[in-house]
Design a protein around this ligand. Structure first.
Ligand code: HEM
Length: 394
């Protein structure tokens, strides 16, 4: 073995409860490590993670971006036609979905999102002390995202549990996956039903995918699976994006003062929270050939775990990386991935966060932690169960 072998288990509950505390051991061990506990290679430094994400010919996604190798194991559901495919199929599905998830349609939605964010923040400020995950981070995406897709009116409470199952599904068959699977039936049935053409409202992104099928750009069955990608990836991610944003300001109160003094820093603050917070911690790739790297060789067909969140706090790349600093230019972070699989919904996420932040800035003088934030353990996401804060009115 030419790479350092580590006993660290990145899916151990102790690791998942505080991943950032373990990342330096991974990064410091070397550019590539062997993770004995899961029988995979790992990369945690920015200098290796970003190029690996970019090199889709070598680090492929079609054998799954979780621990399971689809060449050897049956996936728990039909694979995603975006996340879990390679070109040329990925070029076709991604091209089609890029047109559906257009910035123009988001710009159209933004005034309504701003109005909803203002309403929600006013309710929160009136309450003073809130639990920000429930009151803001979950409430806001659930008010706007179903409408964007054109989902039916009932059952939106299934969206977060479904995301939780899917993101646990990228890890091993541990307690977290078993428990989310045990409670999966209702959420999975609701999602399977809600992605059907007959269930979608005209004018939403879901129906726009079926209209692409009508034009012959994909089959009806592909359209169904592409709509499912919106539902899988579009909610638990933004919920935690917003939760991490509030948590960041609660941990670094001076940054809130800085933002209120100069609102033009809002976009930087959002990028910095995505870098610092590490919503999506990891994704796997599989090597399509023997790869000579860092003085060793990763054999063809190996699973490689890319630690996106560790790369985003790599001191070799970022100064004082554990500090949430909204003056920093965090552009180029890999919180949304990099290369051909870079997040399809990144503008949805950014605009949801922007709507919430812009509603908070004029109304809230200070965001004060009223207790410790609690983690909701997940195999892939840095998810927050609770962020208790006081919103001091402006
Ligand atoms: C803060 C929120 C979000 C974060 C941190 C995030 C993160 C990511 C990351 C890291 C990837 C790359 C996966 C890879 O390289 O294997 C990705 C891909 C993807 N994301 Fe997001 N995401 C977020 C929100 C969203 C939203 C709102 C949607 C849907 C509207 C979405 C849909 C997707 C899809 C479909 C892919 C697969 C793209 C492809 O393979 O071509 N994401 N996301």
């Amino acid at each position: 073995m030419s790479f350092p072998a580590l006993a660290i288990d990145p899916f151990d509950e102790g690791f998942l409860a505080d991943p950032h505390a373990h990342h330096s051991a991974l990064r410091d061990a070397g550019p590539v490590v062997w993770l004995d506990a899961i029988g995979c290679y790992g990369m945690a430094r920015f200098a290796e993670v970003q190029p690996a994400l970019k090199d889709w010919q070598t680090y492929i996604s079609g054998r799954g971006v979780g621990l399971a190798d689809f060449a050897r194991e049956e996936p728990w559901r039909p694979p995603s036609l975006l996340l879990e495919t390679d070109p040329p199929l990925h070029d076709r599905t991604r091209g089609l979905m890029n047109k559906v998830a257009s910035l123009a349609s988001l710009r159209e939605a933004m005034p309504a999102w701003r109005a909803r964010a203002a309403e929600l923040v006013e309710e929160c400020v009136a309450r003073g002390r809130i639990e920000a995950v429930d009151a803001l981070a979950e409430a806001f995406p659930l008010r706007v995202f179903p409408e964007l897709i054109g989902l039916r009116e009932d059952g939106h409470e299934n969206l977060i549990p479904y995301g939780t199952i899917a993101f646990n599904g990228f890890g091993p068959q541990n307690r977290l996956l078993r428990e989310s699977m045990a409670n999966a039936a209702a959420a999975t049935a609701w999602v399977n039903d809600s992605c059907q053409r007959a269930r979608l409202k005209p004018g939403g992104w879901g129906m726009a995918v079926y209209e692409a099928a009508d034009r012959g750009e994909c089959s009806e069955e592909e359209a169904y699976r592409l709509v499912r990608s919106f539902l899988t990836a579009g909610v638990d991610t933004t919920v935690n994006g917003i939760a991490n944003l509030v948590h960041a300001f609660a941990c670094f109160p001076a940054e809130w003062d800085k933002l209120r003094a100069d609102r033009s820093l809002a976009k930087r603050a959002i990028e910095e929270s995505l870098r610092w917070g590490g919503v999506v911690q990891t994704f796997f790739r599989t090597t399509s050939r023997d790869v000579d790297i860092a003085g060793g060789t990763i054999p063809e067909g190996s699973k490689v775990l890319l630690f996106l969140a560790a790369a985003n706090r790599d001191p070799r790349k970022w100064d004082n990386p554990d500090r949430f600093d909204i003056s920093r230019n965090a552009g180029g972070h890999v919180g949304f991935g990099f290369g051909i699989h870079q997040c399809l919904g990144q503008m949805v996420a950014r605009l949801e966060m922007e709507a919430v932040l812009d509603a908070l800035i004029p109304r809230v003088a200070a965001i004060r932690a009223t207790g410790p934030a609690q983690i909701r353990l997940n195999n892939t996401l840095h998810a927050l169960a609770s962020v208790p804060v006081e919103l001091v009115p402006a």
